[in-house]
Design a protein around this ligand. Structure first.
Ligand code: SF4
Length: 496
């Protein structure tokens, strides 16, 4: 297919609406384990131990850079759309939060003692969740003090702390975050529409968001304020989303905004509420494309850079965390359900707090899944994340020339150049605006060969054929949704 002329393609009075694919995959693939497979192998304890021992050897790295991700799996309320690993905030027993911090510290210490970790160049710490701002003042100070003591170059690292406006607006917490040098704070707004907020299960109010922004101003916070906004919500209109964007950019002026398309999966409460007709259907697939393209154009017009597919930043480069998340750095995963990428190995920690604690008591580290994926697996990960990261150097790809996945991946890349979504820029390939709008499709093409039956079922739920793009009713109950609903344990909750 020849290249498509841009702007605007999907919104405005008479949009031309060309489509480079016959089916739209509506989401960003950051929810799949290992960023490239649903085919997660069970490992014996002996195998896991052998794999963990490899961290005593500081060589065989794929990346020089490494970052530390720490997961805090508690939330004061559960949002209907959320698929992250989370537990109810222990209102009756704050000791459980303190105990959890104890175990985070133990696991951090285990990783820090590994020669492989010590030999890497630390770039970033990211504390995500769940809701890290549910930690007590004492818990935050204890965790941060420890990180400052044991993580190399702590003062020079990029440091991100995630909060939720109700618990994060606490001025003492904001001061602690600032005093320990966190230069990025991130929190979800999702939408300013009070009706939609209620429908998607956001208990916090716009007053909480205001209080958080005001608090950051009061303490003279100079770091980046990063927020999430969602589109394609149930009953949300194009004009409603446009109004949200305007409010965000003119009233709050965050340094960074992630514009996330809503992920509809049958085991999430929001999808269930739609199927039970207790929530409206989202708009058509055409509206989804229009919102995504409009969001891109709006943010660029207002001086933001599209650093990775869904992220718009006043900085021109992706953060260290985003760079690592897109497969370009190693990641140490600490905490429940945290994911790690070290050497050519991947790992997801246990998602239940009791299992997490028991493993650390027994082995010092919680992973029961640490396993090599080989160079082909690493190439898969790079290619699946390429449409998000938006560029890949040919010199990096050349390192994988001997992998059996190299030729198939290059064929897919060539087809994306033909469809007008990817550009050949001499020494690298890049993703253009059309590719950003369709990045779920590009990711899926690189990933689909790795999917098992569950993965293929999920793809059916998150996509639609072009002939249905104008259909008002996006979701209904069918064999696939019934199977997923009946077997939720096959479809795990994951870290961000
Ligand atoms: S979106 Fe954030 S606050 Fe809401 S349930 Fe998920 S992790 Fe918790």
């Amino acid at each position: 297919m020849s290249k498509i002329d841009f702007s605007p393609l999907y919104y405005g009075p008479n949009p031309p609406q060309p489509t480079p694919f016959d089916r739209l995959y509506a989401i960003t693939h950051f929810i799949m384990p290992n960023f490239g497979t649903m085919d997660w192998d069970w490992q014996s304890r002996e195998q896991v131990n052998d794999n963990l021992i490899k961290l005593q050897d500081e060589t065989q790295n794929l990346n020089d850079d490494i970052m530390l991700y720490i997961h805090v799996p508690y939330c004061k309320s559960f949002c209907h759309y959320c698929n992250f690993n989370k537990n109810h905030y222990p209102r009756q027993s704050q000791d459980r939060l303190d105990l959890y911090v104890d175990y985070l510290i133990k696991e951090i210490d285990w990783y820090m003692a590994q020669p492989y970790v010590q030999a890497r160049n630390f770039t970033a710490i990211y504390i995500g969740g769940g809701t890290p701002s549910t930690l007590s003042h004492k818990g935050m100070e204890r965790l941060f003090t420890h990180l400052k003591q044991v993580v190399p170059k702590y003062d020079r690292l990029e440091k991100t702390f995630t909060g939720e406006p109700r618990s994060f607006k606490d001025i003492e917490k904001l001061k602690i975050v600032k005093d320990f040098g966190f230069d990025r704070v991130t929190f979800g707004i999702e939408t300013f529409d009070p009706v939609l907020r209620k429908q998607i299960g956001r208990v916090d109010k716009q007053e909480d968001i205001d209080a958080l922004f005001t608090g950051l101003e009061q303490i003279n916070y100079k770091g980046d304020r990063c927020v999430d906004l969602m589109y394609d919500l149930p009953g949300q209109t194009f004009d409603g989303f446009a109004k949200d964007l305007e409010t965000l950019v003119t009233q709050y002026k965050p340094e960074e905004a992630d514009l996330f398309g809503t992920v509809y999966l049958p085991y999430r409460p929001m999808h269930k509420l739609i199927m039970k007709e207790r929530l409206e259907q989202p708009g058509t697939m055409w509206q989804l494309l229009a919102m995504r393209e409009f969001g891109y154009d709006y943010m660029i017009r207002h001086g933001y850079h599209n650093t990775i597919a869904e992220t718009f930043s006043q900085n021109s480069k992706p953060s260290q965390y985003q760079t690592a998340h897109c497969g370009r750095q190693d990641i140490i995963g600490v905490g429940c359900a945290a994911r790690g990428n070290v050497k050519d190995m991947v790992s997801i920690n246990p998602d239940k707090i009791e299992d997490y604690i028991a493993n650390i008591d027994a082995y010092g580290v919680s992973s029961t899944t640490m396993q090599p994926i080989g160079m082909s697996g690493v190439l898969d990960r790079l290619m699946v994340m390429f449409p998000r990261f938006k560029e890949i150097d040919k010199s990096l790809l050349a390192k994988f020339k001997d992998c059996d996945r190299y030729e198939p991946a290059m064929k897919i890349l060539e087809s994306h150049i033909q469809s007008g979504c990817t550009e050949d820029e001499g020494d690298r390939y890049t993703i253009n605006k059309l590719g950003v709008v369709w990045h779920g499709n590009l990711q899926t093409d690189y990933m689909s060969h790795t999917l098992n039956t569950q993965g293929k079922m999920l793809l059916k739920c998150i996509s639609d054929k072009k002939k249905h793009f104008a259909r008002d009713v996006r979701f209904g109950t069918n064999f696939v949704t019934k199977f997923i609903l009946g077997n939720p344990e096959l479809f795990p909750l994951l870290m961000k």
